[in-house]
Design a protein. Structure first.
Lengths: 382, 589
């Protein structure tokens, strides 16, 4: 893959209702001025709920949708620019794409499906028959479906179809691979296997990948970098850990890792530099706690506190003997196999606490107290 | 991918991308050109569909022909409404169209039984139905004349030997006779052909859920099955009714001796009397146009509302056909008998009479001869007609299939204003009976400046046949392209294939069974059609069916039978092809 093929998107806009005669209240633009730059070789994930514009963004990059405005560049090649009147058609962009439905052509066998991109008119003559066979065989080997080469595409299982779709998208060695929720049609077990598999292939081939998903676990596990989208705009981007540990908004915090969101007020601020702040804060009912955050709040600001379930520790109330603002009772218990989740009632809020199986066990109705582990709490904007 | 219109798209189309190394045919400029070409084609199709209809409507209000000698008047309408013949023909047409619901009921039960049970010889039965549908109706009618003619019909002769029968038991020259020929040779076969696959596609769990709820077979049929395939039933009903209103050959051949006139034969007569009364025929047609237009409109509105039901089908396991029982063997025996009597018998008669000295007189001392075959095979006329049919058929099939597929793809894959109106315009040629479509094109080819050079050439024939086939084939393609997921095409674009290459290498192969069926159907129109081409053709451009029509109407029935047998053989080969394609398609799925 050529080096320095940075994908840059600038102020991309797309509004499906632009031409609608009557515009409803909810008719927001699908893309509302999106800008981002994706480094060569990155595994970049667009994460967000359905309707947030992530698939539209991917399809605009692919060329399957024509944006209303903005610019898309790959290296020094302009793929789309409304200002310059450039719109390279999808078949000339030379990008690989894996569709949600896989879009395996049922009238071709496995190797015919993979060979197709090498045999289209634009590339005719570039590859000899032997060359095509060799590339297809190599790729099927990498994707581990070489033994299925001559099988009818309709006779494949879901996982095999998915692998085939990836092979087909990679055969022409595209600088960028686009993946539109490629794992969403598979069952949980297979999904986890293929997650590992996709990361392995991506690392081995080093192809820049843009991955669209609404599954936060997938996004955290696979990406080298990710962006959370909301209402046609990018809410926050960074590495998975960065986003998980330091969400900037309530939306990001709730979307990644099922955080407890509690209304709070800032009491003190300590600027640690490098955009990291330590806060003293208290909940609306007066429970005090320490928190971190990326947003420069001031003392007195009304904020939301995101408490990670794994940072919420449940201890028996009798051990401390006090009955303070962090005291409550277990409302219900969920057994997850490797962990236990307690729902703890504190005044008006219900906190989710996750503990390992090894710890002390509680039952519904037990009087308990909550302790927060350090750095388990982040202050976020609404 | 949808084509977007608007300033940005227009902008994208104005400049060539300098960064795009291979910006050639698929670049933005080409995109705009392609879109413009698409629009041009749409406009042409709309014109070609609407023009004949417009001509007919205008012609009804003019004494002169409507292109060059338009003279506005209400006279033609007055003549039509005063003529007893005309009024009678309207009434008769409606009475005859009642065969459609009756045939549908029978066809529904046959289709349901065939779809839900493992019937012995099912493929043979379906094949016979296709043969019945493909058979040119003229020789079949001749066959039934041989059997049921009140004077010399074999069945009548044989029945006279029974003690309680005096005089002919059946008279083919009657409303009953016309209905019988239609119902056995076209209405029931085509309905079964249409309904059976729809029946099979419905998820078995719908019916099973009803059975588990305690409903009996009939209740399940009435409350679950019928509502679910209602769109198909309605399509079949509307198409059948329109077809029945415009049917021509049988009515002409069987109705004439009994003074039975229907709408289409009345029009033919008005055009053939001396002096011809084209304006009155056009006024009469306009009246029927309105009726058909309303039918189609109701159909479309209803179909849109019922589209919810269509999305319910095709999920989950398909029904395993019920095992063969003694009852199913009985049903299959009955179906074989029915097919033999209704389709086999008349053609046996045609075959026999092609070797008979005198049509219908098998009891002469020396009834058999090869003379008619020799006459036909040695004559120039026949060879010319075969040639004409094959050439016309090939032209219609190739050009027609390409046009229908392109048009359907454009409609199915693009959203644009006026799409609904265009879709409606495409139905229009169907609302015109073949005779009248032929008339309209005759008027155009005789009068429209620039087009007169085509009069009397094969181009005229091909054009009429393509337009006649357009509604059905285009909607068939539109429906099947709609079933091809958009992502299948998009992934081809992403693989680097252009739009045309994508349609050719992905879309077309995926709808291949439909492509093949349309191809064969289009080809068959040149082997079958009489009504639309009878007026446009000249002695130089006679196709096989027209040659047969000329022979039959000029009293040379034995020779007509020879041509009929040959046409039947071609039809059977085509039916074989279609069922073979259907089987292969089933394997792919």
């Amino acid at each position: 893959m050529s080096a320095g093929m940075k994908l840059v998107v600038e102020d991309l806009r797309k509004d499906y209702h632009r031409q609608a005669r009557r515009r409803g209240e909810d008719d927001k633009p699908a893309l509302d001025g999106v800008s981002l730059a994706i480094e060569d070789g990155a595994f970049f994930t667009l994460l967000g709920p359905s309707g947030c514009g992530k698939t539209t963004l991917l399809r605009c990059i692919a060329g399957l949708e024509i944006p209303d405005g903005g610019e898309i560049r790959l290296g020094d090649r302009i793929l789309f620019s409304s200002a310059r009147g450039i719109n390279v058609s999808p078949n000339r962009r030379n990008l690989g794409m894996v569709f949600q439905s896989y879009a395996i052509w049922p009238h071709m066998d496995v190797s015919e499906n993979v060979a197709y991109p090498l045999t289209v008119r634009g590339r005719r003559g570039t590859y000899g028959r032997a060359d095509i066979d060799r590339r297809v065989a190599e790729l099927l080997d990498v994707i581990q479906i070489a033994h299925l080469a001559k099988r009818k595409a309709t006779m494949l299982s879901g996982g095999q179809q998915q692998r085939l779709a990836v092979a087909r998208a990679l055969v022409m060695e595209p600088p960028v691979l686009l993946l539109d929720e490629p794992l969403s049609n598979l069952d949980t077990r297979l999904r986890e296997d293929l997650r590992v598999e996709l990361t392995r292939i991506q690392e081995r081939l080093g192809v820049t990948s843009i991955y669209v998903t609404h599954d936060q676990a997938e996004a955290l596990a696979m990406s080298s970098s990710l962006a959370v989208m909301r209402d046609g705009a990018i809410e926050q981007r960074g590495t998975p850990e960065e986003l998980y540990d330091y969400p900037r908004t309530r939306f990001v915090a709730s979307f990644l890792g099922a955080a407890n969101l509690v209304e709070a007020r800032v009491r003190s601020v300590d600027d640690r530099g490098a955009d990291l702040y330590r806060f003293g804060a208290e909940t609306v009912w007066g429970a005090r706690f320490d928190a971190v955050g990326r947003v420069p709040f001031r003392p007195g600001d009304r904020v939301s506190a995101a408490l990670r379930p794994e940072g919420v520790q449940v201890i028996p109330r009798a051990e401390t003997g006090t009955d303070d603002a962090w005291s409550g009772a277990i409302e219900s218990v969920q057994f997850l196999g490797d962990a236990v989740v307690y729902f703890v009632r504190l005044r008006d809020v219900l906190l989710r606490a996750r503990s390992d199986r090894g710890g002390r066990r509680f039952a519904a109705g037990d009087a308990v107290r909550i302790e927060l582990r350090s750095e388990a709490c982040t202050l976020v904007a609404d | 991918m949808t084509l977007k219109t608007g300033p940005v798209a227009a902008l994208a189309g104005t400049a060539l991308s300098e960064n795009d190394p291979g910006a050639g045919w698929t670049g933005p400029v080409a995109e705009t050109l392609l879109r413009g070409f698409g629009w041009l084609c749409l406009a042409a199709v709309a014109a070609i569909c609407i023009l004949p209809v417009l001509l007919i409507v205008l012609g009804g209000f003019s004494e002169g022909e409507p292109i060059n000698a338009f003279a506005p008047t209400l006279e033609p309408w007055a003549r039509a409404l005063e003529s007893k013949h005309t009024i009678d023909s309207i009434v008769t047409s409606f009475v005859l169209s009642l065969r459609v619901p009756a045939a549908m009921l029978i066809a529904f039960f046959i289709a349901w039984y065939l779809a839900r049970n493992d019937v012995f010889g099912k493929r043979a039965i379906m094949f016979s139905l296709w043969v019945g549908f493909f058979l040119p109706i003229l020789p079949a009618t001749l066959g039934w004349i041989l059997l049921l003619d009140p004077n010399f019909g074999l069945v009548n002769d044989w029945l006279k030997n029974l003690p309680f029968v005096s005089g002919p038991a059946f008279d083919i020259y009657s409303l009953g006779g016309i209905t019988w020929v239609h119902i056995t040779l076209s209405t029931i076969p085509i309905m079964v052909i249409l309904i059976e696959p729809a029946q099979r596609l419905i998820d078995a769990s719908f019916e099973e859920a009803s059975t588990m709820s305690g409903a009996g077979t009939l209740t399940t049929l009435r409350r679950v099955t019928v509502p679910l395939i209602a769109p198909t039933l309605l399509t079949a009903f509307i198409a059948g009714t329109i077809r029945s209103l415009e049917a021509f050959e049988v009515e002409q051949l069987l109705g004439l001796p009994a003074d039975i006139l229907v709408y289409s034969t009345r029009i033919y007569h008005l055009l053939r009397v001396i002096p011809p009364d084209a304006p009155q025929s056009m006024a009469l047609s306009s009246f029927f146009l309105v009726i058909m237009f309303v039918l189609v409109l109701v159909y479309r509105v209803w179909l849109q509302r019922a589209s919810m039901a269509a999305t319910l089908t095709g999920r989950g396991a398909k029904l395993q056909p019920r095992q063969r029982t003694r009852g199913s063997y009985a049903v299959s025996a009955f179906l074989f008998l029915a097919v033999a009597v209704t389709i086999g018998l008349p053609f046996l008669m045609v075959l026999l009479s092609s070797f008979s000295r005198l049509f219908g007189f098998f009891h002469l001392p020396d009834p058999w001869t090869f003379g008619h075959w020799a006459t036909v095979l040695e004559g120039d006329e026949f060879l010319r007609a075969v040639n004409q049919s094959l050439m016309t058929g090939a032209a219609v099939a190739i050009a027609g299939t390409t046009i229908y597929l392109g048009l359907a793809w454009f409609i199915a894959r693009n959203a644009f204003p006026g799409k609904g109106a265009l879709s409606l315009a495409i139905w229009m040629p169907w609302a015109l009976p073949g005779v009248l479509l032929g008339t309209a094109f005759l008027v155009i080819f005789l009068n429209a400046p620039g087009l007169t050079i085509f009069y009397g050439t094969a181009v005229a024939l091909v054009t009429v046949l393509i337009v006649q086939g357009l509604p059905f084939a285009t909607h068939l393609f539109e429906a099947s392209i709609g079933q091809v997921s958009r992502e299948l095409e998009e992934s081809s674009l992403m693989s680097g294939a252009g739009r045309l290459e994508t349609v050719l290498r992905i879309t077309a192969p995926l709808v291949a069974p439909v492509v093949a069926t349309v191809f064969v159907l289009s080809f068959m129109s040149a082997i079958k059609d009489i009504s639309a081409t009878v007026l446009v053709s000249t002695p130089d451009t006679l196709t096989l069916p027209l040659l047969m029509f000329v022979y039959a109407t000029s009293g040379r029935l034995e020779v007509a039978a020879v041509v009929g047998v040959i046409t039947v053989l071609i039809a059977m080969a085509m039916a074989l092809l279609v069922t073979w394609i259907g089987d292969r398609a089933a394997v792919i799925r």
